[in-house]
Design a protein around this ligand. Structure first.
Ligand SMILES: [Zn+2]
Length: 161
């Protein structure tokens, strides 16, 4: 059921002037191109850690829509499964539906993902669409007054590259 749709072969990494952003977007794009299933997996994400390793995830649609899991969350879980390294940047790419006359495109993290990414990677940047380009933005600037609860009484481990 999954597969590559040749009609949607535009790689949105081409819109990223920064090589690291382009690498992340290309990886996210490749991930969702390989694993796309209409109605089940539509977005791929990639996160790069300070040691240069990249971790990927795909969106998991749920029958009860609010239980769907964003690709960024799947990539974050994959990263944290394998490394304690600081996480430097994230990118996500939406694959078009076969019925859409559209290219794959970079998508910004949703509000929920912004919260959770900042919980686990306070300095992380995201590749976001700005005009015709995919550019880095510091995620904390995209969620300036983040929720701060009392659940965690300890700080994250020191995050120095
Ligand atoms: Zn999200």
């Amino acid at each position: 059921m999954n597969g590559i749709h040749p009609a949607n072969a535009f790689n949105p990494a081409a819109t990223c002037p920064d090589p690291q952003a382009a690498r992340l977007v290309a990886t996210a794009y490749d991930t969702i191109r390989r694993r796309y299933v209409e109605g089940r997996h539509q977005i791929g994400a990639a996160i790069i850690a300070a040691d240069g390793k990249v971790y990927v995830g795909i969106h998991l649609e749920a029958m009860v829509g609010r239980f769907s899991v964003c690709a960024e969350m799947a990539a974050l879980a994959a990263a944290r499964l394998y490394t304690d390294q600081p996480l430097l940047a994230v990118a996500a790419v939406r694959h078009p539906k076969p019925s859409e006359a559209a290219d794959a495109r970079i998508v910004s993290p949703c509000g929920g993902c912004r919260e959770v990414l900042l919980d686990h990677a306070p300095q992380i940047q995201a590749v976001v669409p700005q005009g015709e380009q995919g550019l880095f933005a510091a995620l904390h600037t995209m969620l300036p007054i983040k929720y701060v609860g009392t659940k965690w009484t300890t700080q994250l481990p020191a995050q120095t590259p």
